[in-house]
Every structure is written in structure tokens, then in C-alpha cells.
Write a protein that binds this ligand. Structure first.
Ligand code: C2E
Ligand code: CA
Ligand code: CA
Length: 813
């Protein structure tokens, strides 16, 4: 069972390229964006850390400056003008006096919110310090100053943040430490104003109503810049980060749409923690803006790259697709070629690419395929043509002819129509092949074909059935039409000659005619009967047509031959043969000088059978040797009986290659004691020429025995003056077909005249047979022909008369 596989889904190469490219670009762009972003963030962090550091440094500097300032102020306090100081006042009293005097200045101008003097004795008597107690812290500071002998400073947030300076004082009246304190609230505000940074001082929690506790850190806010905004911001940081986190590094936080950076630092030797918060929204926005810009740029680059890729790929891919769609069509050869071929120039730019190469290749391939398709078509056409035609003559062949005949026969039977079939066989065509070679034979067949084509109607069907056999099918043709066509063909064939260097062949044919459906209701019968009729025409002496007759039907060719073979045997055994003699006239002397011996066969029913009917068969069966021997025997006997007698005897061509017959002749001719001119042996030119050497030898032999030779039927198969010279014949017998129409045919006249000249030039005498009228005899005499023979002079008969003067029939006594 076959499993149908669904066709794989199609995704254009360009999309594959673009998709994978997109993937790569997206990843690489993202990496670039992330890298630059992390670099930017890193940079940002470094910058913010530096800013934070700077801020803390600034704070410390400001605190130090403030301390120094306070220290100077504290030093000045003891130097303030003490007017009207009571005499004998000690250091404490003097200071009180001064402070009282200048309290406004101290508080308003110098921003000193606390002044306190502790004398040395009090300081020394003070118990162990309590770190939670501000007083204790201050005592501690004072003691530090006293023991160090110089100013000591501290920032103490308890609960509010103050800067304190302890200055040791000493004079004649005593010693002590002056403590001066100043709130850092202004400093914090000032810092905020200058640096736009919020600052908070945080301390461990204490109980109290106004304590603002940062719960998560468990720290109290001692001071903060911009308490209204500052506190919530601080709370937010506390919610996000632990104190440890904030002490480690600056931390970033978003609060109410703005970004803030915060860090925690411990004051040196102080009890407080300082929280610095400053807004970084601008920087953050810049950072984010940069990031967005990078993303936008990389996205734009991505899009641009893909659009370009698409732009570049679109057209080539379109072409590729169209090229691909052409390919399946290239496989088959349809009637209109291999289909639309890609135009290699179409879409070709100045510079070619792979697609152009592909287009070129496909176009080339297509052209090649088209050419081979054409060649195949032509070959097919030719094969088709060959199936129905004969390549030599271009006529239809037997196969096609039989098909057509069958159809026509079918129609004829169905619709009571009729037609005629001519079966044509060239006479003695074999000789042409044997003597002049196959090329001449082929050429002859072509000429015959051309001639036939010219002499049949367009509606007739002409075919070469094989060898030298042709057929003409005449639709609607009756006996009259068929005979007219046959006559015309035979007549025209006469004018056809073909020659090579040494031979000129005349052409004739035997035509059998069969009518249908009268002479055959199927193709086989009809052809066989036409063939039989043709054979009858041959039997009747060739160069004629024969209409099939139903009575002949029984006598089929082979049967005919075997019957004749039997007849010949019977005739040989039981004296069925007899001889007739036809007079030969010496034209100039007007005297019968010789007789030609012609054989006849008496049939069982007494009818006389002419030699044309059985010589052929006898030649084929070999019986001809016995016949010839018998005839020669008879002739020799006659010559012995009548020494004045002169005879011409026909010999078959077989004698030339028959040593037994030759031996017999050599033995029997001398016995007859021949006198010169008493015996003429007639051999056809065809027989002689087929074995020239043998013929010449035989003739020399026979000459030496006193016999003469005649070249019979000269001109029927060929006319070769060259052979004439070679053959030692005494007589040349012009074939009767040249003589019968001599009075009317200029061609024949030319031929006869020329032959007489040549033959005489070679010392040979000329005999004309078939002299049928006085006019012909006159012409022959005029041409100088030596002998005449024919019905006008005398028909073959049984009388053997010695040389008699010729009396024309009309003048018969
Ligand atoms: P062929 O040797 O050319 O003999 C001449 C033939 O022409 C004879 O036919 C003769 O009857 C015929 N004839 C004579 N005068 C005329 C005429 O004016 N008009 C016409 N139309 N015909 C004329 P036949 O006797 O039927 O002999 C036919 C052929 O048979 C001979 O042709 C010859 O080739 C062969 N033949 C005859 N007798 C013998 C024979 O004894 N031995 C051999 N081997 N062949 C023979
Ligand atoms: Ca003869
Ligand atoms: Ca003859």
C-alpha cells in the first residue's frame, strides 16, 4: 500500500535568508545594545560614585571649614572687649561679663547658639563620663582640649546636631575651657542649596515626643535638609535598602517619578551617620535616552539591512522562481517546442550574477532540448514516412498499399463500388542488375517510379511492392480504365532507356490487371490474382498486360509450372515436340536462304503450345538441355538428309555453362559433315553477355566445327557495340520490337540504321525479325539490312523448302 506523503511546505529562499539574517542581526544587535548599555551603566555608576565621593568630601570640607570658623570665633570670644569689668574679677566672671555684653553679636552675627565655660577645677572633679549624656560628651571634649592644650572639635547630635569647639583658656586669674556650639542646620541648608543634595544626620533612637524615627533602620533623624521632602525620601530608601547596603555603595532608587542616588557614611569620630541623597533623574534619563537611541539605531540598522537584502533578493528570487517554473516544461517535447524559454537578456545587467548564468544555461539547455526534440520529431516523422514508403522511389510501400486496398475493398463491397488493380513487374530487370550493377538498377527503378507517377491520375494509388514490382490502384476504375492505364504505361516505358558505360537497357514490363470486387473479395485473393495475371502476361511474351480471367484462377503459378514440367517430360518421352521452320530472306537477293527452327509442343488435347509458354519453365527446371539437344539433333538430321538446306537453331543460354552439352556438340557436329553456312546457332545477347568468356570460347569451338553464330534479340536487354566487337558472331538479329513499329518510330529507325553501319563495319551481317509488312521490308532494304524474317515473308510452318526465291504474298503465284 502506498503512503501518500504530503508535499513539503514551501518557504522562499529569500525569506529563509532574511529570517536567519534577522535572527543573527537581532542577537548581535541585542548583544551590542546590552554591551553598550552595561558599559554606559558602569560608566554611570562610576560617575555617580565619584559624585557621591565629591559630595561627601565637600560635606567634610564644609564641616571642617565650619569648625575652623567656629574655632576662630571661640578664640575671639576671650578677646572681646570687656568694658567696665569689675576689678578683681576672675576668668569666669570676665567671660560672663563679655558674653553678656556681646550676646547679640554672638548669636546673630556669629551664629553661636551655646557658650559655656568650665573651669579647670570643675572639669577635674567631674565624675566618670556617661556617653549618653550630652553634658558628659561636652565634658569629655573640654577635658580633651585642656589636656591637649589646644582646641578640640566634635559634631554631636543629641538630639539636634551641633558643632562644638572646646578652647582651653588660661590667664592670671585662672584656667578653664570655653565650649562654643553651633547648630549645623544652616550648614545643612547651605549644603543643599549649593549641591542640590539632601543630607540627613542619623543617630541611634531615643525616646521622645518629637523623635522622627526611620523605623526599618531603627535610627532617628537628627537633621535633614528639606524635611518636608527629605524625610519621605529617606523613608523610601530605608524601605529599599539596608544600612549595610547603603554603606557599601551608592544605591539608585526611583521615587515619585524621579531617580535618586543615596549613600550612607559614618562621621569620623562622631556619633552620627550621614545619608547623602541627590537626584539623578537627568543622568538617568540621559542614560535611558542613550539606551533607547542605541536600540532605535540598531533596530533601524536591522530594518535597513533586511530591506536591502529583500530588495536585492526580490528580483533574483522572482527570476529564479520563473526559471524554476520553466524547468519541468523542458522535459517533454510538445508540439510547440519545449515551452517558454527564459530570455537570457531579460533582467541582465551590466554585470551578470549566478541567476543570469542560470538563465543562460537554462536557455541554452532549452535550445538544445528543442533541437533534439526537433531532431526526434523529424526522426519520428521520417520513421512514420518510412513505415509507409519505399525510400528508394519515394512511392508507397506494400504495407501501406495493402492497407489502402483493404479499405477500398471494404468500401467497394459495402457501397457496391468497384476499382482496378494493376500489378506491374519489370521484364528481365535482373539483367540490368547483373550487367550494370545495382546502382544502375536502382536508378532504373527510380526512373520507372517517376514515369509511373507521371502517368497515373492523382487519385490513383501508386506503390512499389518490392523488387521490380509496382502496383497501381485505380478507385472506381473499370476494365476499360485499367487497360487504358496499362497501355499508356507500356507505351511510355518504351521510351525509357538507361545506360552505363557499356550498356543501354530498354525497359518493358508485364502488367497483370485484376478488377474488384469481381476478381477478389479480399486483399490476399485480389493480389494473388493480379499476380497471376501478371505472370500470364510474362508467359505471353512480356511487355504486355493481361486481364485476370476466372478460368485462369485454377492454374496457380506453381501448379502451372509443375504441370508444364510434367508436360515437357511427357513430350520429351513420347515425342510431343515438333519443329516448325520460318524462312529467312536475303533482302538484296530477294531469296529465302535459310530457315529458323522453332520448337512447338503438342498438348494432350492436341493444341499447340508456343515455346514462350514452356521455354522459361524448361530453363528453370533444366529440361532445356534435353530440348536443345533434341532440336539440334533434329536439325542435324535434316541437314544430312538435305545437304542444300540451311538452318538456324535456337540455343538456350544454359549451353554456355554446360560442358556436357558442349561436349555433345563437339562430338555430333563433325559427324554431320557441315558445310559452311549450313548451320547457324542463335544465342540471345543476354545469354552471351552474362558469360562473355564462356560464350567466346564456345563460339570459337563451334566455328572450328563449321557452325555460324547469330546474336539473337539484339537490343532487347541492352545494346552494346563494345560487345559486338568482342563477340565473334556472324549475324546480329535485331530484336523484333524495333522492327514492328519501324515505319512509324524515328527512334527505331535511328537504332536500326546505326546498328547496320556498326555491324557491317565489324564484318557482321544483320537480320531483322518481325517483318510484318512490305513497307518495313522496303525500309530495311533501304538501310542495307541483309536478311529479313517475319510473317510478311513467311510464317513458321512444317514445310522445309530449299532456297526459294521470295514472292511477296500479294505476288504469290
Ligand atoms: P525467337 O528466336 O526470337 O523466334 C522468333 C519468334 O518470333 C518466333 O516465335 C516466331 O514465331 C515469331 N515471329 C516470326 N515472325 C514474326 C512476325 O512477323 N511477327 C511476330 N509477332 N512474331 C513473329 P516462337 O516460335 O513462339 O518462339 C519464341 C521464342 O522461343 C523464340 O524467339 C526463341 O527464343 C524461343 N525458341 C523457339 N524455338 C526454340 C528452340 O528450339 N530452342 C530454344 N532454345 N528456344 C526456342
Ligand atoms: Ca531465334
Ligand atoms: Ca528473336
Amino acid at each position: 500500500m502506498s503512503v501518500s506523503v504530503p508535499p513539503p511546505r514551501f518557504l522562499s529562499l529569500k525569506w529563509k535568508i532574511i529570517l536567519s539574517l534577522s535572527l543573527v542581526l537581532v542577537i548581535s544587535n541585542a548583544a551590542i545594545v546590552m554591551f553598550t548599555d552595561s558599559r554606559a551603566q558602569e560608566q554611570f555608576r562610576i560617575e555617580q560614585r565619584q559624585s557621591m565621593q565629591t559630595l561627601f568630601q565637600a560635606l567634610n570640607k564644609q564641616l571642617e571649614a565650619s569648625n575652623a570658623n567656629l574655632g576662630r570665633v571661640a578664640s575671639l570670644v576671650s578677646l572681646l572687649d570687656a568694658e567696665q569689668l569689675p576689678a578683681g574679677a576672675d576668668l569666669r566672671q570676665r567671660l560672663r561679663h563679655v558674653l553678656d555684653l556681646h550676646s547679640a553679636t554672638l548669636e546673630l552675627e556669629w551664629d553661636i547658639s551655646m557658650v559655656r565655660f568650665i573651669d579647670s577645677s570643675t572639669l577635674n572633679a567631674f565624675p566618670a563620663p556617661n556617653p549618653d549624656d550630652l553634658a558628659e560628651v561636652l565634658y569629655q571634649l573640654a577635658r580633651q582640649a585642656q589636656t591637649g592644650g589646644s582646641q578640640a572639635a566634635a559634631l554631636v547630635c543629641q538630639p539636634e546636631c551641633y558643632q562644638y569647639i572646646a578652647t582651653p583658656l588660661i590667664d592670671q586669674s585662672g584656667s578653664g575651657v570655653l565650649l562654643v556650639g553651633r547648630s549645623i542646620a544652616d550648614l545643612v541648608l547651605e549644603f543643599h542649596r549649593i549641591h542640590d543634595a539632601r543630607l540627613a544626620f542619623l543617630v541611634p533612637p531615643r525616646q521622645g515626643p518629637d523623635a522622627s524615627l526611620v523605623e526599618r533602620w531603627q535610627l532617628d533623624v537628627a537633621a535633614v535638609s528639606g524635611a518636608q521632602q527629605g524625610l519621605p525620601l529617606l523613608q523610601a530608601f530605608a524601605n529599599h535598602f539596608s544600612t549595610r547596603q547603603l554603606a557599601e555603595a551608592p544605591r539608585l532608587m526611583r521615587y515619585e517619578g524621579d531617580w535618586y542616588l543615596g549613600q550612607l557614611a559614618t562621621g569620623r569620630a562622631d556619633n552620627n551617620l550621614r545619608m547623602m541623597i541627590f537626584p539623578v533623574s537627568d543622568a538617568m534619563h540621559k542614560l535611558q535616552g542613550n539606551r533607547q537611541t542605541t536600540i532605535v539605531i540598531s533596530l533601524a540598522g536591522l530594518l535597513l539591512a533586511e530591506s536591502l537584502m529583500l530588495l536585492f533578493l526580490w528580483q533574483p528570487m522572482k527570476r529564479l522562481r520563473s526559471l524554476v517554473s520553466v524547468l519541468p516544461g523542458l522535459g517533454g517535447c510538445s508540439d510547440d517546442g519545449v515551452g517558454e524559454l527564459p530570455n537570457p537578456r531579460k533582467g541582465a545587467y551590466l554585470v551578470n550574477d549566478e541567476v543570469d548564468l542560470l538563465a543562460n544555461s537554462i536557455s541554452e539547455l532549452g535550445q538544445n532540448l528543442e533541437a533534439s526534440c526537433r531532431a526526434r520529431d523529424e526522426a519520428e516523422q521520417h520513421l512514420l514516412w518510412l513505415a509507409n514508403h519505399d525510400p528508394l522511389t519515394n512511392l508507397y510501400n506494400r504495407r501501406y498499399f495493402q492497407q489502402q486496398l483493404e479499405q477500398m475493398l471494404g468500401r467497394a463491397l459495402r457501397y457496391q463500388r468497384h476499382g482496378a488493380l494493376l500489378y506491374l513487374d519489370l521484364d528481365q530487370f535482373k539483367n540490368v542488375n547483373d550487367l550494370s550493377g545495382h546502382r544502375t538498377g536502382d536508378s532504373l527503378l527510380q526512373q520507372v517510379a517517376a514515369l509511373l507517377r507521371k502517368n497515373v491520375r492523382d487519385t490513383d494509388l501508386l506503390a512499389r511492392l518490392g523488387g521490380d514490382e509496382f502496383a497501381v490502384l485505380i478507385p472506381e476504375g473499370d476494365q476499360e480504365a485499367a487497360e487504358a492505364t496499362a497501355k499508356k504505361i507500356l507505351q511510355r516505358l518504351k521510351s525509357l532507356t538507361i545506360s552505363d558505360d557499356s550498356h543501354a537497357h530498354r525497359v518493358s514490363a508485364s502488367i497483370g490487371i485484376a478488377l474488384f470486387p469481381r476478381h477478389g473479395a479480399n486483399v490476399g485473393d485480389l493480389l494473388a490474382n493480379a499476380d497471376l495475371a501478371m505472370y500470364q502476361a510474362k508467359e505471353a511474351g512480356r511487355n504486355r498486360y493481361y486481364l485476370f480471367s476466372a478460368s485462369d484462377q485454377a492454374r496457380e503459378y506453381l501448379g502451372l509450372r509443375t504441370r508444364f514440367q510434367e508436360k515437357i517430360n511427357r513430350a520429351l518421352e513420347h515425342g510431343g515436340f515438333f519443329l516448325q521452320y520460318q524462312p529467312v530472306l536475303n533482302i538484296r537477293e530477294e531469296e529465302v536462304v535459310r530457315h529458323e527452327v522453332l520448337i512447338r509442343m503438342r498438348d494432350e488435347d492436341g493444341t499447340v503450345v508456343p515455346p514462350d509458354r514452356f521455354i522459361n519453365v524448361a530453363e528453370q527446371t533444366g529440361q532445356i538441355r534435353e530440348i536443345d539437344r533434341w532440336v539440334v539433333q533434329q536439325a542435324l538430321e535434316s541437314l544430312q538428309e538435305q545437304p542444300a538446306l540451311r538452318l538456324a537453331v535456337n540455343l538456350s543460354g544454359a549451353v554456355i555453362v554446360d560442358p556436357q552439352m558442349q561436349a555433345w556438340l563437339r562430338e555430333n557436329l563433325p559427324k554431320a559433315g557441315l558445310r559452311p553456312g549450313q548451320l547457324v546457332l542463335e544465342l540471345t545477347e543476354t545469354a552471351m553477355v552474362s558469360n562473355i568468356v564462356g560464350a567466346v570460347e564456345l563460339m570459337r569451338d563451334m566455328h572450328s566445327l563449321g557452325a555460324e553464330f547469330a546474336l539473337d534479340d539484339f537490343g532487347s536487354g541492352f545494346a552494346s557495340y563494345a560487345y559486338l566487337k568482342q563477340l565473334p558472331v556472324d549475324y546480329v538479329k535485331i530484336d523484333g520490337s524495333f522492327i514492328q513499329g519501324l515505319a512509324t518510330s524515328e527512334d527505331d529507325q535511328l537504332f536500326v540504321k546505326a546498328l547496320v553501319e556498326v555491324a557491317h563495319g565489324l564484318g557482321k551481317q544483320v537480320v531483322a525479325e518481325y517483318v510484318e509488312d512490305a513497307q518495313t521490308l522496303d525500309i530495311l532494304e533501304h538501310y542495307g539490312v541483309d536478311f529479313g524474317q517475319g510473317y510478311y515473308i513467311g510464317r513458321p510452318g512444317s514445310d522445309l523448302v530449299q532456297q526459294v526465291p521470295f514472292r511477296p504474298p500479294g505476288n504469290a503465284v
